[in-house]
Design a protein around this ligand. Structure first.
Ligand code: GLA
Length: 413
């Protein structure tokens, strides 16, 4: 088993979680499952699958989602009366697991291709190649997408902030113009195929004793503004861009997205309320839901969803996967040893998936989509976070692209 040195991200996450753990009144167990795979400087992880072609036969039953590749027994069709079922992909997935995507899912998120670093690595140096390939696949399949993500502190290219002085009013106008141009261009290009936008990703601190992720937690957005005002501007520009294309079309589409939402929900709602109070439009809150088999409890997630609904927001489950490891048993990283994915482990994970979907179904009027962060276990960010090179098994299909017990467990209800 290989243990890698802590990445910059893991280190800051773990420090933040250690502090947060002391002040949290909920499950104090820190979790790395909300973390991100890419380096804090914006590197995109390569998560393309390496296995052979997908091995799930296209369904043959009566199609009900309108996609001829999806039989009645497909996951998407099983949930046709509940919510779209999405998966996050890169262009490489279209070579390795295209048949699975097309037969089981009916919603798509670009894993990296629509992030600022991917789309506009230099100012005005647009690169739409991968995002276009994914969007064209979605269009051809009649699937809608999540626009992920218009503003994030990670995978945000340095040029956004280049030459600017923090909290300088004139420089802030320049930064706002750069942000608006970015949002206008992305929204304009993909509005036809995107039915919900992650307008802002991860603005809330991992440290339970403060509200916002600031410069010390890697947010140049916060550092430049000296506040979380950038969140308001991102929502305003997103709404304006959609309305400029088609009046009324922004309705229901603008989301704030974050991880460990069970720990952050009050602060997230307060932030979204503040954006609304300033006249911005926030329609819903995304729970990434990078969860563990044993944390947070399904009841705690249910209580989190209920709070969001009570506060007047829609909910989406935006990046679901279930790691098998607990690497932070007492607040600091203790990399758990690699385990074997036995039939028993597979069943435990399947039971957890079944419980989660039972919860999600009970909120079908409020949950607008459920998206898995990937397709199969051979191509998951969790093979490298927080421990590089350790096999993890978080998804519905195994390394050989065969269905796992979890797939049956969430289909049979
Ligand atoms: C976060 C981001 C995603 C992705 C995942 C892990 O949750 O929102 O884009 O980077 O981390 O892969």
């Amino acid at each position: 088993m290989k243990f890698s040195p802590l990445s910059r991200y893991s280190l800051s996450l773990l420090l933040a979680l250690s502090v947060g753990a002391c002040s949290s009144t909920t499950d104090p167990m820190p979790t790395a499952t909300g973390g991100n795979p890419a380096s804090a400087t914006g590197g995109s992880p390569s998560l393309e699958g390496t296995g052979g072609a997908g091995q799930v036969e296209p369904g043959t039953g009566g199609a009900t989602t309108g996609n001829p590749n999806q039989g009645a027994d497909s996951l998407a069709n099983k949930y046709a009366d509940y919510f779209p079922i999405g998966t996050a992909i890169g262009q490489g997935h279209l070579n390795t697991v295209k048949e699975i995507i097309s037969s089981e899912f009916n919603h798509i998120t670009a894993e990296n291709a629509m992030k600022a670093q991917s789309l506009q690595p230099t100012e005005g140096g647009w690169n739409f190649t991968e995002a276009d390939a994914i969007a064209d696949f979605a269009r051809a399949e009649g699937m809608m997408m999540t626009g992920h993500t218009l503003l994030w502190h990670r995978q945000a290219p340095a040029w956004f902030f280049s030459g600017l002085t923090a909290e300088n009013p004139a420089d802030l106008e320049t930064l706002k113009t750069r942000l608006k141009t970015h949002i206008d261009t992305v929204v304009d290009r993909y509005a036809d195929v995107v039915d919900n936008w992650d307008v802002v990703n991860e603005a809330i601190s991992d440290n339970g004793s403060k509200d916002y992720r600031d410069g010390s937690e890697g947010s140049d957005w916060y550092a430049m503004f000296g506040s979380a005002d950038y969140v308001y501007w991102a929502f305003k520009y997103a709404q304006e861009a959609l309305e400029a294309k088609e009046p009324g079309s922004s309705a229901g589409k603008l989301y704030y997205n974050d991880y460990n939402v069970n720990l952050k929900v009050d602060r997230i709602i307060a932030l979204c309320d503040e954006v609304r109070a300033k006249g911005g439009q926030v329609d819903g809150i995304g729970l990434q839901a990078h969860v563990r088999v044993d944390w947070p409890s399904t009841a705690e997630l249910g209580a989190t969803i209920q709070k969001i609904v009570d506060a007047g927001y829609k909910v989406k489950i935006s990046e679901l996967d279930i790691t098998l490891y607990n690497d932070y048993p007492s607040g600091t990283l203790e990399a758990a040893p690699e385990i074997e994915f036995t039939a028993e482990v597979e069943q435990t994970q399947a039971t957890r998936y079944a419980e989660l979907f039972e919860l999600f179904r009970s909120y079908k009027d409020d949950i607008t989509s459920v998206t898995f962060w990937g397709v199969s276990d051979d191509a998951t960010w969790l093979d490298n976070e927080p421990v590089a090179g350790r096999d993890n098994y978080p998804l519905l299909f195994n390394d050989a692209h065969m269905p796992k017990a979890a797939l049956g467990a969430i289909k049979n209800f």
